[in-house]
Design a protein around this ligand. Structure first.
Ligand SMILES: [Zn+2]
Length: 211
């Protein structure tokens, strides 16, 4: 058993941040934000809003930096290891942007896998989450994408991913239910087919948690 909490070096490195800014058309975002401000009846030329379009452009470059990155690069650094017990990393903090409203959702991902001869550096799991969360997303798809990547590119015998997140599109607008948490899960391989394996990974994930 191998667990690590809050392992995420979740800031993007300077290289990926620079790449994201290169790929994003800042001038176009600025123009669009100015249009939105006009459309809602604001004056984009008043002092407080003058820098807002440029700020929003820089923010989107950061929030959507994962669009310009292949998350599989983090799996190439897997190493051969005769370890055949569950590897689990829980409480990987992430923030993403709901593609339906372009509002943030944020929370934690818990990832467990059963290696098949290849093991991943623990921080790489956090990198995968980082990459897949920094794009317009829906939580259900992100959960599946993380699990699929570990099955196909790491060759894990089993993968269990649980994501818990709070969606600001549910808390600040619409039904306005602050405190609600959306939980999604994806079970692959042995964790899908074998009930006792699934029970084991779930108890490692949540066994010590006060409910
Ligand atoms: Zn939404």
């Amino acid at each position: 058993m191998n667990t690590e909490q809050n392992s995420c070096g979740s800031e993007a490195g300077p290289d990926s941040a620079a790449a994201a800014h290169r790929h994003v058309d800042h001038a176009r975002i600025q123009k669009a934000v100015r249009e939105i401000l006009l459309a809602v009846g604001e004056d984009p030329d008043r002092e407080g809003l003058l820098e807002t379009p440029a700020r929003v452009a820089r923010m989107y470059a950061e929030l959507f930096s994962g669009l310009h990155e292949d998350p599989r690069v983090h799996l190439r650094q897997a190493f051969t290891e005769k370890y055949d017990e569950i590897v689990l990393v829980r409480d990987i903090a992430f923030n993403s942007v709901c593609e339906h409203h372009l509002l943030p959702f944020m929370g934690h991902a818990h990832i467990g896998y059963l290696p098949h001869g290849r093991v991943l550096g623990l921080s790489k799991l956090a990198r995968v989450v980082e990459s897949l969360s920094h794009r317009p997303q829906v939580q259900e798809r992100m959960t599946e994408q993380i699990a699929d990547l570990l099955v196909h590119d790491l060759g894990a015998k089993g993968v269990a991913v649980v994501v818990e997140a709070s969606h600001t599109c549910m808390t600040v607008r619409g039904v306005r239910k602050p405190g609600s948490v959306c939980v999604t899960s994806a079970m692959k391989g042995i964790f899908r087919s074998n009930v006792s394996s699934r029970a084991e990974v779930m108890s490692l994930m949540f066994g010590s948690r006060q409910r």
